[in-house]
Design a binder for this molecule. Structure first.
Ligand SMILES: Cc1cc2nc3c(=O)[nH]c(=O)nc-3n(C[C@H](O)[C@H](O)[C@H](O)COP(=O)(O)OP(=O)(O)OC[C@H]3O[C@@H](n4cnc5c(N)ncnc54)[C@H](O)[C@@H]3O)c2cc1C
Length: 370
């Protein structure tokens, strides 16, 4: 669908109409011309369609919920070849299902999102410290997330420092603990004071910048064409006991391209009814996991093993749900069932109406109810 990249902003109605081939950068670029934005992910080269249909979170999720919470309408071609629109006012069941149910119900040919005033200048960036200080950094992160306003999103990371120009040479490929932030409100500097109080960072890239720059800041860390093996869990909170478990596993996962993260999600997505769209998981306040990454032709066995081991260690902290968009081909139907919980039964009934022959099955598949 990569040729269907139209995007049309309607600033008066606070809407953006998006073609299904758009990447995040296409939409953010268009909406930010009006000082507006909707919830999308952290890497600007990701597709809007897949990200949204599985739920979608990024720098603005704490303020405005899942990406799908901001969806107002879709145009969809269902398995019978009909073009339909679905919204809260028409084909409501289909609209409920696509808001989290992935590509199971048809091919979306237009998304219409609600947009909000954001930026265009935000305070954001990445601060990094030696991983020897990981305990201080993770504890400061935990404290920050207990008081952060919804305008502040922060993610903690452990990885080997990339050989990038912003990292002093002597730190290249050594373990670092970092915090990624984006503050889209006022008083950013005072809200970020607890991070600055950690002191003596190796690099500090946090400052005022256009939101579109913030949205593409991580692109270089995740270039296309690499092997990726991810495992992640939603967490209901961030207890102190989680931090050493995460630290130890993350240090084992660390390799030149692999990284481990804790994202703070708490906010608007917890405030809606659990049943508002198939995405659910409204008890999630954090998502944390391990991303094993290696170049084509490389041997990923050890990386995969370390990610699996780390994941086993964090599973006891999970909500029991998981994010469908972070599943891998190897994840079986049980994991998909855990992602949807009691919503799976309703999804199966809606699937039976719109795709009884399971035409759309190359996905985290939902079987039509008998
Ligand atoms: C580098 C990277 C960074 C990421 N960062 C984030 C993040 O910050 N936040 C987040 O929430 N997720 C993130 N993800 C996960 C991301 O949401 C999923 O990988 C998602 O599937 C990407 O969608 P896509 O459209 O790019 O991929 P595609 O492979 O094109 O689509 C994935 C699936 O979505 C369905 N689909 C796609 N288009 C349509 C359509 N038009 N109609 C119906 N079904 C369709 C299909 O089932 C398809 O197989 C990231 C992924 C990567 C690789």
């Amino acid at each position: 669908m990569s040729r269907m990249r139209e995007r049309r902003v309607d600033p008066g109605a606070r809407l953006v109409h998006v073609g299904p081939g758009c990447l995040l950068k296409d939409v953010d670029g268009a909406t930010q011309e009006h000082g507006l934005a909707t919830v999308l992910g952290f890497v600007s080269e990701t597709g809007v369609a897949g990200l949204t249909l599985g739920g979608g979170f990024g720098y603005l999720a704490r303020r405005f919920g899942w990406a799908v919470d901001n969806l107002e309408e879709v145009e969809i071609v269902t398995a019978d070849g009909r073009i339909r629109t679905a919204s809260r006012e028409g084909n409501e069941d289909l609209f409920w299902a696509i808001r989290g149910g992935g590509g199971n119900f048809g091919v979306i040919t237009r998304f219409t999102f609600r947009v909000h005033e954001v930026g265009p200048i935000v305070t954001g960036g990445l601060i990094g410290w030696s991983a020897e200080r990981a305990d201080d950094v993770l504890e400061a992160y935990r404290e920050l997330t207990t008081s952060a306003p919804p305008e502040l999103t922060a993610a903690a990371m452990i990885r080997l420092a990339p050989p990038a120009p912003f990292v002093p040479k002597e730190w290249h490929l050594r373990p670092v603990a970092g915090i990624l932030v984006c503050h889209s409100g006022r008083d950013a500097e005072s809200d970020l004071a607890p991070l600055r109080a950690i002191g003596e960072p190796i690099f500090d890239l946090v400052g005022e910048k256009p939101y579109v720059l913030q949205q593409s800041m991580l692109d270089d860390m995740e270039p296309k064409g690499l092997h990726q093996y991810w495992k992640a869990e939603f967490l209901p909170d961030l207890p102190r006991e989680y931090l050493p478990t995460f630290r130890d596993a993350a240090l084992r996962v660390a390799s030149p391209l692999s990284f481990s993260v804790i994202f703070h999600l708490e906010g608007a997505l917890n405030e809606r009814e659990d049943d508002d769209g198939a995405v659910g998981n409204r008890d999630a306040r954090f998502i944390s996991g391990f991303s094993g990454v290696w170049p084509p032709g490389g041997d990923g066995d050890e990386i995969v093993t370390s990610v699996r081991e780390g994941w086993e260690q964090i599973r006891p902290f999970s909500t029991g749900g998981n994010y469908v968009n972070f599943q891998m081909a190897e994840d079986d139907a049980t994991r998909t069932a855990e992602a949807y919980g009691e919503r799976l039964e309703r999804l199966g009934r809606i699937k039976a109406v719109y795709d009884p022959g399971n035409l759309f099955r190359m996905n985290r598949n939902i079987l039509p109810a008998a």
